[in-house]
Design a protein around this ligand. Structure first.
Ligand code: NAI
Ligand code: MG
Length: 357
């Protein structure tokens, strides 16, 4: 079967890593002897499109994306556009428009990649961070100048939205995921001692849903304590579920602990499959290295593996994961993980490693 994939490289290294991911996926399809293939359509949205049209994506963008089996995304953001404009105009517009309420971000050690965790050899790190992706702190509620108190006295309000339905669906999703893993443990993260409404609701829903999953070990941890635990006791975690903001921060920390932001993959899922889901590396457009051919493509290629899982090709996803591990184990590494290889060299190594299985 041929899967229709919308590619949105967007800005900066997004273009480089999406090209790498497409090359790897096409090689995989070629090796399948026609069992499956990808029909790509590329959408040139992003900061350049904004400069030309005043919009990050076309007005009918969501309508045009809707028929695709999945969206393969790079990264948004460029110094010519305010970051909140680019993020809301493209990435968040898609996540929210397609109700991609579950964002999953796996983090694990890779062979041959040094971790900043001190005695990394003594630690295990194999987690999935599950991020609530539709509400919470990124609900977009609030405003500026609500009660301006003269020059220099502007007031801004940024509210969080927590609904019982929203909390319950992401917590349930995380429990189901925890059940599929060898370590059946789910850690819930909030800051309910300081934020007494939404986060207390989250904690209550977590306790209620937990009663239905007696086979899953649980804990509730405050976000500040969890950030310490990430560093000090990584082996004690398996699945971590948190709000939009907390999981955003924790997953960057997690990927840095695993070796680099450039390694981290993510999936923005609409679990009901009413709309296409979107697969993207965790990192941003990295303007500091954009265009130099140095971007680590592994986060984007790992995201392609998550896409294969979602498309019902778990054996192919596993093949991609093995190719990633074989490539890092062989020392073909970009600069962010201590190597000297460029994006293309790593991509070629990944494609080469596909054939060895
Ligand atoms: P960033 O993730 O783009 O970069 C942070 C650091 O990680 C930089 O030193 C960069 O060189 C490095 N890095 C990132 N990806 C890498 C890769 N594949 N290989 C090697 N090194 C890599 O975050 P930053 O600098 O805070 O944001 C830059 C722009 O990206 C901003 O406009 C921001 O809004 C946007 N952004 C977009 C995201 C998205 O589209 N999902 C997520 C995060 C940021
Ligand atoms: Mg982030």
């Amino acid at each position: 079967r041929t899967f229709r994939i919308a590619a949105i490289p967007a800005d900066g290294v997004g273009e480089e890593v999406v090209a790498a991911g497409r090359a790897v996926l096409d090689a995989l399809a070629e090796g399948s002897g026609g069992a499956f293939g990808f029909a790509w359509e590329e959408f040139p949205w992003g900061a350049r499109h904004y400069a030309e049209t005043g919009r990050m994506m076309d007005e009918d963008g969501l309508e045009r994306l809707r028929p695709f089996d999945a969206i393969y995304f790079g990264a948004v953001g460029w110094p010519t556009v305010p970051d909140h404009v680019s993020l809301w105009g493209l990435r968040l517009a898609i996540c929210q428009g397609f109700d991609q309420w579950a964002n999953i971000r796996p983090v694990h050690f890779l062979p041959g990649v040094r971790s900043p965790l001190r005695s990394a050899d003594d630690h295990e790190l194999d987690w999935v961070v599950v991020r609530e992706n539709s509400e919470g702190e990124y609900a977009g509620l609030g405003g500026r100048n609500l009660a301006a108190r003269g020059p220099g006295g502007e007031v801004a309000v940024q509210s969080s939205l927590f609904t019982e339905v929203g909390c319950e669906r992401i917590i349930r999703f995380a429990f189901e995921l925890a059940r599929t893993r060898s370590r059946r443990k789910l850690s819930s993260v909030t800051k309910s001692n300081a934020q007494q409404y939404g986060m207390v609701l989250w904690d209550e829903v977590f306790r209620r849903v937990a009663a239905e999953y007696p086979d899953v070990e649980t804990e509730s941890v405050l976000v500040d304590a969890m950030s310490a635990k990430f560093v000090l006791r990584p082996e004690d975690l398996s699945v971590v579920v948190a709000s939009n903001l907390h999981a955003d921060i924790l997953s960057d920390l997690g990927s840095a602990l695993a070796g680099s932001l450039g390694l981290a993959a993510s999936a923005n899922l609409n679990p009901e499959r009413r709309f296409p889901s979107m697969f993207e590396p965790v990192h941003g457009s990295a303007p500091d290295i954009a265009g130099l051919g140095r971007a680590n493509p592994i986060g984007a290629v790992g995201s392609a593996a998550l896409m294969l899982d979602h498309l019902g090709l778990p054996a192919e996803a596993a093949r991609l994961h093995r190719a990633i591990a074989a490539t890092t184990a062989a020392g073909v590494l970009t600069r962010d993980v201590g190597g000297t290889a460029g994006t293309e060299e790593v991509t070629d190594a990944l494609i080469g490693a596909l054939g060895t299985y």
